[in-house]
Design a binder for this molecule. Structure first.
Ligand code: NAI
Length: 261
């Protein structure tokens, strides 16, 4: 209810870009920002999934969804969509670079010697260059406004070995940590905070393919004894982009039930 929202960090008046917002963590993020009063660019490659997230935001009755069909790896498309959004609404002041892919996410080993170079390039293009693309597009406006909030999506798999992902995915998730630190340093003077999240295993379509045995093995290593929920990742991003985290920047925060400490 609106009374409950009064006790939560407010994002009213914000213009938020959430990539990969059609499913899983991205959908929870889009819904969370909308519930806190933001206008949310619901960006994904999958139009049906975008429509489902936008419908959920419509039902929630707060905030506002703007559907954006977008491949984050495509610089021209990212630049155009951000410019059009700025003309129609306002420049994005908040960005969550959530879109990500993990090919061969089926619980079976996928060694570097088996990896197709085109598959390597696509994982880097989406998971790493996709984050560069949105940040490149929005930071001129954020610098001008003297404020901005960016959250990048790393993973516990960027910090330690995870048997269900492959080395290309891990490489991009590690790179996000360094990218985030450097961005925080160069953008801090302009009032822009940049942080990252490192989720453990979260129940989304991405991990459904890993299978029960692989997920049970992960649960056994997790002190909290369960998988995480998309809303638990979203809530951490809401906090990081709120005034309650006003002196937090350059950090990669684990949302992993203690999986890796
Ligand atoms: P998901 O696969 O359930 O959803 C990802 C969404 O991103 C899909 O709607 C997909 O259409 C979209 N997408 C994929 N490539 C895109 C592109 N090039 N441009 C625009 N949209 C694109 O994934 P999930 O599990 O919700 O993961 C979200 C993020 O969290 C990813 O970056 C992932 O690496 C990260 N993560 C997920 C974990 C998990 O256990 N689910 C653990 C750690 C990190």
């Amino acid at each position: 209810t609106p009374e409950d929202l009064d006790t939560r960090p407010s994002h009213a008046g914000r213009h938020v870009l959430v990539t990969g917002a059609g499913n899983g963590i991205g959908r929870a993020l889009a819904l969370g920002f909308a519930r806190r009063g933001a206008t949310v660019g619901v960006a994904d490659m999958n139009e049906d999934a975008i429509a489902e997230t936008a419908a959920l935001i419509g039902k929630a009755g707060l905030g506002h969804a703007v559907p954006l069909t977008l491949d984050v790896a495509d610089w021209d498309a990212v630049e155009q969509i951000c410019a059009r959004f700025a003309a129609d609404h306002a420049p994005f002041d908040t960005v969550v670079n959530n879109a990500g892919i993990s090919p061969k996410h089926d619980g079976k080993p996928h060694g570097v010697w088996q990896m197709d170079p085109a598959e390597w390039r696509r994982v880097v293009d989406v998971n790493l260059t996709g984050s560069f693309n949105t940040i490149r597009a929005v930071t001129p406006g954020m610098r001008e406004a003297g404020r901005g909030w960016i959250v990048n999506m790393s993973s516990v798999a960027g910090k330690t070995h995870s048997p269900i992902v492959a080395s290309h995915y891990a490489a991009t998730k590690s790179a996000i940590v360094g990218f985030t630190i450097h961005l925080a340093a160069e953008l801090g003077p302009f009032g822009i905070r940049v942080n990252a999240l490192a989720p453990g295993r979260i129940e989304t379509p991405m991990v459904a393919g890993a299978g029960k045995a692989a997920n049970d093995a992960q649960i056994a290593l997790t002190p909290m004894g369960r998988l995480g929920q998309p809303a638990e990742v979203a809530d951490t991003a809401l906090w990081l982009t709120s005034s309650e985290a006003s002196f937090v920047t350059g950090q990669t925060i684990d949302v992993a039930g203690g999986l890796y400490m």
